[in-house]
Design a protein around this ligand. Sequence first.
Ligand code: CUV
Ligand code: SF4
Length: 677
Amino acid sequence: MSAEEIKAKAEAKAKAVDPKEVTVDIATVEMLKKAAADGCETIFDRALTMKPCNIGEQGTCCKNCAQGPCRLPLTKKQTEGKDDRKGLCGATPETIAARNFARMVAAGAAAHSDHGRGVAEVFLAAARKETHDYGIKDAEKLLEIAPDFGVATTIVVDGEEKERDIYEIAEEVGVKALGQWGQQDGEIYYAKRAPEARYELWKKLDVIPRGIDREIVEIMHRTHMGVDQDYHNIVKQCSRAALADGWAGSMIATDLQDVMFGTPYPIQGEINLGVLKADHVNIIVHGHEPLLSEMIVVASQDPEMLSYAATKGAKGIVLAGMCCTANEILVRHGLPIAGNYLQQELAIVTGAVDAMVVDVQCIMENLANLAMCYHTKVITTNPRAMIESGDTLHIEFDEHNALEDAKKIVKAAIDNYTNRKAMPLIPTAKEKMVVGFSYEAINYHLGGTFRGSYWPLNDNIINGRIRGIGGVVGCNNARTMHDSAHLIVVKELLKNDVIVLTTGCNAMACGKAGLLTPEAAKVYCGPGLAEVCETVGIPPVLHMGSCVDNSRILMAATQVVKAGGLGKDISDLPAAGCAPEWMSEKAISIGQYFVASGVYTLFGVTLPVSGAPRFQKHLFEELEGIYGGKWDLVEDPYEMAHRMIAHIDKKRKALGLDKAKERVLMDMADRQKLDAA
Ligand code: CUV
Ligand code: SF4
């Protein structure tokens, strides 16, 4: 070998990913080794060779007009007090960072809400019986949400009150729900679901969304060159658009999905790449929308499809999920999950995936390249999301023909089974879990037979067995060790008797680590929380669904407020939220709607605000005085957990719950007194 060759080899080696340094997940370690051996590149490799741009990372690169990009990095000079940075037009770093931040909110809110719009459209088609494939599965939930849209559930005929036809109600709900996107004035319907104090605060601050699309468009307008140049005012619009996401776009998606496909109740499931089977046709549904995947669930169990698979020599069909589509079909059907965001490429690396069916969001373009290394067919299904790279197949999904489309997809996967290039190598790792804790299910489980309310949860918070509530959600991020921060934060919270509500990729990290089982309570929880979980028989980490299902966390928080004894607003609760490994713009929208709903919200990894100190101070400090919730950035997951706990303790103190209390058994009269309080 020449000196040059040796040098090149050493360099390549220095840049090779050491699997144990980038993930705590054993299946991921195994597949990263296989990818390296197969000579296939993944996001983990690219994260090593490409570093983030330091100006963008600070949030201070503006390319909103062609006189830029104007780049305003923070230097030592500014940290010493004098800050005269300006873009060509005079835009301050504050304006630039706030505009960039606002555009992330707009993109995130748009992603969730456009998903919601699709759901509302299918819902309306189902209500009008224009499609045979969808119907009303949970009529009870429909009756529950109808009044929120001002839709009557009964009708008076000849002086007698009668139940209305369920499909008639559904049609009216569908029309009104869909109208929320184009509404120009007034208020979104669900704003009134919030605790009264919160609703009044929003009204006073003038941030109640008028209509979903309008608030998103207004962000794009305000952040155009030369419009809104006051970061306080930009952040106010962020709140409006984000609230339109959390309390409308996402919440409507969750509710109508529940009505069509069933509200989740606790169900068993399995997670990690070990759910794939070498002698089966393996289909992965990846992305976010349950509309199509619900149909693929049906198609993959169709006897005709199963016997077709048998003719190709397969023993059966495994349908597994990836990312939030996985969460959707898991919480409703108990279908297995192959992994979270950073494992999508690695599923293909097993060599066992015959089709990777994608819809929208969080789909890495590199899937198409990797599919060329192996035999996987990547199938796009949504006209919004096509892939130019590689050799992908597009089978467009149409709700009027949904089951037929789904069968076409399953058939394409079966046909591809015989094209496998080598023996698959599937990791053995998989874990059992109990999932599906919608806020209705929590109501039922914790309230149980006594009165079916959040009271028992509140009672246990008041008596101190449970110290508080932690919402831990969000993505994976290739800039930080896969799943590590997720698990550290969650375990630290559990140890300190904080019950955890989870969605998204955090839920999957917890599942893979065995935290979503009732047995985990004894192992990981402080004595108080362990006792509660063991008594009720629930896991200490409650899997509430996908990212749009963060709306379930808003509803759970609202139910806790309404159950009494813990203040009058979400901001009074001993609770905090975090996204330790976030990466998606959707996470920024979620963060903003949690903050505007009164929650202390911490993000890990990075936030593009550090280059604009006054804007950062607005998010990290001043917002608390306005909304009772604020942003924070903490890279160290232990520190993150402890800041959440400190906040929880602060709220407990404000509620007078800091004195260690003996548990008093309350009678009905006491409870009613508390309810009235
Ligand atoms: Ni919507 S948004 S990486 S799949 S949680 Fe997972 Fe969840 Fe983030 Fe994407
Ligand atoms: Fe530069 Fe102003 Fe144009 Fe942004 S809007 S690129 S800061 S001139």
